[in-house]
Structures are given as C-alpha cells and as structure tokens.
Design a binder for this molecule. Sequence first.
Ligand SMILES: *Cc1c(COP(=O)(O)O)cnc(C)c1O
Length: 388
Amino acid sequence: MKLPDTARFSTVCLHAGQEPDPSTGAIITPIYQTSTYVQEELGRHKGYEYARTQNPTRAALEGNLAAIEGGRAGFAFASGMAAISAIASLLKSGDHVVVSDNVYGGTFRLFDKVLRRYQLSFTYVDTGDLEATERAFTPATRLLFVETPSNPVMRLTDLRAAAQLAHRCGVRMVVDNTFASPVIQRPIEAGADLVVHSTTKYLNGHSDSVGGAVIAVSDEDIEWLRFVQNAAGAILSPFDSWLVLRGTKTLPLRMKQHCETGLALAQFLEGHSKVRKVYYPGLSSHPQHALAARQMNGFGGMLSFDLGSREAAATLLKSVRLLALAESLGGVESLISHPATMTHASVPVDHRQALGITDGLVRISAGLEDLEDLKDDLAHALDRVQNV
Ligand SMILES: *Cc1c(COP(=O)(O)O)cnc(C)c1O
C-alpha cells in the first residue's frame, strides 16, 4: 500500500512500512521466522540472503518507525540498550559526550562502566540549562545525548534550543524519546540527528516484548547504523518485530488515554493532603510547564510524587491493589514503583538527593484502566499512610 504524502499521523502509524504479503495477500505482515533464504541460482536472490542482515518482518517495523518519527531510516535492536550501544559505535576513542544528568540508569551504566574503558569520556549536566550545557562542550565533544522528560522527576530540555546549540558547536544531538513517545514529542522536527527508543515501553505498549530502535536522518549515520546492526548483530527477532508493529497501530489512541489518565492522577494527587509534591509536566505548578505546553503534544503517562519518607512510600506500595509494583513503564496496565530502591538504586545517594529522588518518591506509569478505579486504589492506599 503506497501511503499518500498527505497521510496524517494515525494513518502513518497504522500503515507505514507495511504491504499486504506478496505471496498470499495477508493484510498483516507475517512473522518471517527463518534464518536463511533459498537463492534461485548463483548470485540471484530476492534481496534476502541471511536473517541477521535482512528480515521482512523487521524491515516492515523499521520502515514504520522511521515514518512515525519523521526520520529517513529506522533500525530495530534486541533492546533499548542495544540501540544505544549502536549509537555509541559512531564514536571513536578520544571522543567526548555531553549527557543529560538524570539519564536512564542503564544508559549511565553503559557509558560509565563499559564505554569509559575505551577512551571515551562523558560529562553529565542538566541539559535544561543551556549555558551549563554549552560550558560542558570541549573541542573533543561529538554527541549531545538528551533525555526529556527525565525520569523520575520530569525535568525537561528545550529540544529546539539544544539542537541549535549542538549544531552551532558542530555536535550531533541524540534524543532518547522513550518516555514521551513520538505522539507527544517530535525530536527530529526540533533538529535532533538521531532518535533512540526502548520499544519495550510505549511503542510496543503491552509489556510483552523487549526491544529498541534508532531512527536516523543523515546518509552517513544511516550507512554506519546499517553496517553496525549487521556487524554487531544485536537485531530484534521477527516475533518481537511483529509485536511492536502491532503496538504502533494503536499508539496514538493509547497515548491519548495515557495522557488523560496521567493528568487526572497528577491533579488528584496534588490535591491530596498526604502528598508533598507531584512531578508532572502538565501541572501548572511544574517549573517548566510553559516549555512542556510548547514542546509536547500532551504531557504523557508518567508521574512521580513525594510522600515525605520511605515508610510512607512503603505503606502506599504495600496497600495498592490495582496498581502493580514493578519496574518498567508504558504498558496498558498501570505500574507503581520506588525509584530510590528500584530503577535508581545504582545512582550514588548524594547524586540521587540532588536530583530530588528522595526515599519518599513514588513513580506511576498510568495505564488504561478506568480512571475512577485507579483513583479509588490510590485513595484507599493513601488512607493507610501515616505521619506525613
Ligand atoms: C527502558 C529504557 C531504556 C532501556 O531500554 P531496554 O529496552 O530496557 O534495554 C532506555 N531509555 C529509557 C528512557 C528507558 O525507559
């Protein structure tokens, strides 16, 4: 199916990258679960030789993701971390990277514990502060790696301004768009050179697959990423590719509801006497609310709130019945977690405190359950919380 150039976002999510199967007409791209392809004669084949290099299910997903993010090519990897590793392979020893200080813990671990062994260096700054970001650049800086909103305290980076700054200094900008999703935030339109996703989260959206993707714009990056995807081999499987393709068909609808529920829960919690502080870019109390309103199309399904103490947080987490205590985010079911001991346990305590990741902080990934059921669950659990 050739999509018209005027196709709008939901149509692109549903159809881009996919054709009815040429051999049967199957409307859904089949799971091509094969390792190799029979060649007609020496040197003649249908464009597929070996499944690490090419797979039709993965190719459909890659075309779909490139169109959704507004890039020129997409590459699907075995996890979000494998996708970030592929981006890191654009660097050479001696290169320097400026990174959002409150980046995903696994990204920090990869940079700090693995890549520093290869003469790469990293400086962590609040990329919401453009002057501080500019001061962090050195003549060796090659990448600016930005995550916005950041996890779990929802600090934002102005993507357009950050891209301008990076380009003025001859630096490429990478945006991890996992938290917002391409429905809410369009990094390539704002000037980003590369977008990375953990498809594990909103893109797949059903908590049943681990995967990652890179979306690129320039010929040079596309050529290198295609080469590295095959050379290093951390590809997404045909089945997982099929699951994520199924996920992106409903992405705009799901995000609409995640945003609506996220905002309603943030407002409910902000009005509750036992909650000290709520972090959600859609609240007018958020210090960067104006930037959020300008840069984001909806405010997402992720929110955090502070209950003042570890005991209060533990009581709440023990008392919820519908919200499931688990790491991860972006699925249809609502999850609740304790960043200080779960997702951010590996961040040094002083750094954690400086970022606002206190022992009383609780994070929610708002799912698609009925809002009233989620509010009832939180209200009941907050009733058990004492001494606040
Ligand atoms: C989960 C996550 C990752 C890592 O992705 P995996 O699929 O778990 O490897 C990277 N960045 C962000 C923002 C994430 O939430």
